[in-house]
Design a protein around this ligand. Structure first.
Ligand code: PLP
Length: 283
C-alpha cells in the first residue's frame, strides 16, 4: 500500500482528499521541495528544509513545524513506503479558505501534503549526456522562491520536450539564467560559470553541493552571469538538480554547441557527487 502525508497524518493514498478551496489548488499559493533518497537515506535534507522555511518566510507563511519535526515526519513516510532509491515531494499551501486574493485570517493553517516515489538514478543519461533547447525566460521576478506557481517553467519544459530535448536553457534577453527545473553551468578553459544566486534563479541545493566539490578539488567556479554567446562557445555545459544530479548537455539543438561526449570537468564533478552520496547515504 502507498501512504502519503495529509495535514501531518500518514494515511492511505486513496483516503487522502484535498479541499477544492485549498489555496494551492486555486492560486498556486504555496511552496514545495523535492528531496532525494538514496539507499533509504535522505540526501541534503537539512539544506532542502532550510530552503523550504526560507521560501515560507518570503511569502509570509508560518510553517506549523520545526525543521526537525518535519524531517522526522518525512522520514517516517519514507520508511513506511519502503523507499530505497527515490524522492519525497512535500508542499505547504497557505491553507483552505473561501476564495479571495488576499491572505486568509491568521487562524487558517497551512495545508501540508507529501508523497514518495521510487525512482532509479538516470545512469544512462548521466553517462551519455542530454540535449537542450534555448527558450526565453518569461517567468516572474521571484524565481528564488520555490513556489507552486510553475507555469513559466512547465511551458518552457514542454517546448524543449516537443523538440526532443531533456531540458530548456532559459535566457532573459541574452543572459542565460537557469534550466526550467535545474541550474545551468558552463565550462571554458577549465573555469566554471553559473548565474549568481539572485531573484532570477532558484539557488539549487545540487548547485551548492557542486560549489563545495569545486572548493575541495580546487576547481574555479564563478557565480557570474554569462550570455548565449558564451554558452555556445563553451567547452562543456551541464545542468544540476536533485533528480538529474550533475547532467552533461552534449547538444544545444538548432545552435552551434555540440560535443562528442561529456567533458572532463563534468566527469570530475560527477565523481565528486558520487562520493558525497556515498558519504551521506552509504551507497
Ligand atoms: C527552476 C529550478 N532551478 C533549479 C533547480 C535545482 O534545484 P535543486 O538542486 O535544489 O533540486 C530546480 C529544481 O527543481 C528548479 O525547479
Amino acid at each position: 500500500m502507498d501512504y502519503v502525508i495529509l495535514d501531518g497524518q500518514i494515511l492511505d493514498r486513496n483516503k487522502a482528499k484535498v479541499d477544492i478551496e485549498d489555496r494551492g489548488y486555486q492560486f498556486g499559493d504555496g511552496i514545495y521541495e523535492v528531496i532525494r533518497v538514496y539507499n533509504s537515506t535522505f540526501f541534503t535534507a537539512d539544506e532542502h528544509l532550510t530552503r523550504l522555511f526560507q521560501s515560507a518566510e518570503k511569502i509570509g507563511m508560518t510553517l506549523p513545524y520545526t525543521l526537525e519535526e518535519l524531517k522526522n515526519l518525512l522520514a517516517s513516510l519514507v520508511k513506511r513506503n519502503n523507499i530505497n532509491d527515490g524522492t519525497i515531494y512535500l508542499q505547504f499551501s497557505r491553507g483552505v479558505a473561501a476564495r479571495q486574493h488576499h491572505y486568509p485570517d491568521k487562524d487558517v493553517k497551512p495545508a501540508f501534503t507529501a508523497y514518495t516515489k521510487e525512482i532509479e538514478r538516470p545512469k544512462d543519461k548521466l553517462k551519455k549526456g542530454v540535449h537542450a533547447k534555448l527558450v526565453e525566460d518569461v517567468r516572474w521576478l521571484r524565481c528564488d522562491i520555490k513556489s507552486l506557481n510553475l507555469l513559466g517553467n512547465i511551458m518552457a519544459k514542454q517546448e524543449a520536450s516537443e523538440a526532443g530535448c531533456f531540458e530548456a536553457i532559459l535566457h532573459r534577453g541574452s543572459t542565460v539564467t537557469e534550466g526550467s527545473s535545474s541550474n545551468m553551468f558552463i565550462v571554458k578553459d577549465g573555469i566554471i560559470k553559473t548565474h549568481p544566486a539572485t531573484n532570477l534563479i532558484l539557488n539549487g541545493i545540487t548547485r551548492r553541493v557542486i560549489m563545495d566539490i569545486c572548493k575541495e578539488q580546487n576547481i574555479t567556479i564563478k557565480e557570474e552571469e554569462f550570455n548565449i554567446e558564451e554558452l555556445l562557445a563553451a567547452d562543456e555545459i551541464f545542468l544540476a538538480s536533485t533528480t538529474s544530479e550533475v547532467m552533461p548537455i552534449v547538444k544545444v539543438i538548432g545552435e552551434s554547441f555540440e560535443t562528442e561526449e561529456p567533458g572532463e570537468i563534468t566527469r570530475k564533478l560527477q565523481a565528486g557527487f558520487e562520493k558525497k552520496i556515498a558519504l551521506q547515504c552509504g551507497e
